[in-house]
Design a protein around this ligand. Structure first.
Ligand code: LMR
Length: 392
């Protein structure tokens, strides 16, 4: 029977890791998958996480199962950062559970959306390719609208039109901050409007928050999520700690659900728990336990937030440098200076993407998405020269 299965293409983003590794050139540059890199090009374990891991190894006295919801201490410790320290569970209206990374959270969120018989899921495109992949795998109908205008702004007109066209109860999947792949975020004034439009049309928002702290700051990056949640009766937040705790391969994330009444949460969350059981039974513990130890300790929390500040500042410098290059060959790098997070899109043609790989050993997604953290003061001029060469 298994010979009936047709060959599937490798995931285009994850395939870049291998392509880059196989390139023997010493001056190759990896701007592919979304991992942060230091000015030396490394992706080290956060100092705060290393310290927490030492403590975890020294003190953990059991690895017995925790249940489908995972480490609830971790889930709770994260809530003030996401929903605000003043009222982190909005008077008992929010409950969460731990998931294997942001993908696990999105998988559960969208499976819940499917169980709730939501008619369709709307998303701005381009989006993170796995969003559409998960919807397709679940058999969830999708509708798309354009996320950004040609001149690099958030396309509010397209979003307004999509909301006007949507049916009551449709799900709107929005990136909380650091839009992947464009780096083009909604301004706070946009979020104010979006919150009202979503509430007015009785839509179900699903907010994907995978880069909190990598945009403008931990508080600033939560503006959209908090603004939307304040306006609607029900919402889902899919959270990833992969980037802002550097826990990528430890698969650390959380799913949060907000309901109009606290009394509605047990039924909803029982679906999340049942879906987790059917998918992975229980999430992996290590990353969440380490992140919890960081968030429960004042000194480690300070160290973690300082590390995030350093990352953000480095990415700001890279963006500033690219923007200062202005028009390079046939493309304009100026808008990159105003964008947020790890990613920006440069409008390369598919042939130019291939030429960047083959001729210059510079690897990034076929969409033209670059991971700006892959650029350092040591390789940025080489990158700009290559862009000039292939687009000029
Ligand atoms: C990315 O978009 O590169 C990251 O979110 C990593 C991934 O899983 O795709």
């Amino acid at each position: 029977m298994l010979s009936n299965l047709p060959q599937q293409p490798a995931d285009a983003l994850l395939a870049l890791i291998k392509l880059h590794n196989q390139d023997p050139r010493g001056d190759k540059i990896d701007l592919g998958v979304g991992v942060y890199r230091t000015g030396q090009g490394d992706t080290p374990v956060f100092g705060a996480i290393k310290a927490a891991e030492k403590r975890l190894v020294a003190t953990q006295d059991s690895k017995a199962y925790l249940g489908p919801e995972g480490d609830m201490g971790f889930v709770t410790a994260l809530m003030p950062y996401v929903f605000g320290a003043a009222n982190p569970d909005l008077n008992g209206r929010i409950e969460g559970m731990q998931t294997p990374g942001g993908t696990g959270s999105l998988r559960l969120a969208l499976a819940m959306v499917k169980r709730a018989q939501v008619a369709q899921v709307w998303m701005g495109t381009p989006s993170w390719p796995n969003h559409a992949q998960i919807c397709a795998d679940l058999g969830l109908p999708m509708k798309s609208f354009s996320h950004a205008t040609a001149d690099g702004a958030a396309n509010m007109d397209a979003l307004r039109a999509a909301i006007a066209e949507a049916g009551e109860g449709d799900c709107f999947l929005l990136h909380g901050c650091c839009h992947n792949p464009t780096g083009i975020d909604y301004a706070n004034a946009d979020w104010d409007e979006i919150a009202g439009l979503i509430a007015g049309k009785k839509l179900l928002p699903l907010l994907d928050l995978a880069y909190q702290g990598l945009g403008a700051g931990m508080e600033e990056d939560a503006y959209g999520v908090r603004r939307v949640l304040a306006a609607v009766p029900e919402a889902i937040v899919a959270y990833s700690c992969d980037k802002n705790f550097g826990l990528y391969r430890d698969r650390t994330g959380a799913l949060y659900v907000m309901m109009a009444e606290a009394a509605q949460l047990p039924a909803v969350m029982s679906n999340g728990h049942a879906l987790a059981r059917a998918n992975w039974s229980q999430p992996p513990d290590h990353g969440a336990a380490a992140a919890r130890i960081v968030m429960e300790d004042e000194a480690l929390t300070r160290e973690w937030l300082d590390e995030l500040d350093t990352m953000r500042e480095r990415m700001r410098q890279v963006r500033e440098r690219l923007a200062a290059a202005g028009k390079v060959g046939g493309v304009d790098l100026t808008p990159i200076g105003k964008q947020h997070g790890l990613f920006s899109i440069i409008p390369f043609t598919p042939e130019q993407v291939q030429a960047m790989r083959a001729k210059h050993g510079i690897y990034f997604a076929g969409s033209g998405r670059i991971n700006v953290a892959g650029l350092t003061m040591g390789n940025i001029d080489q990158f700009i020269a290559a862009v000039a060469d292939v687009t000029g």
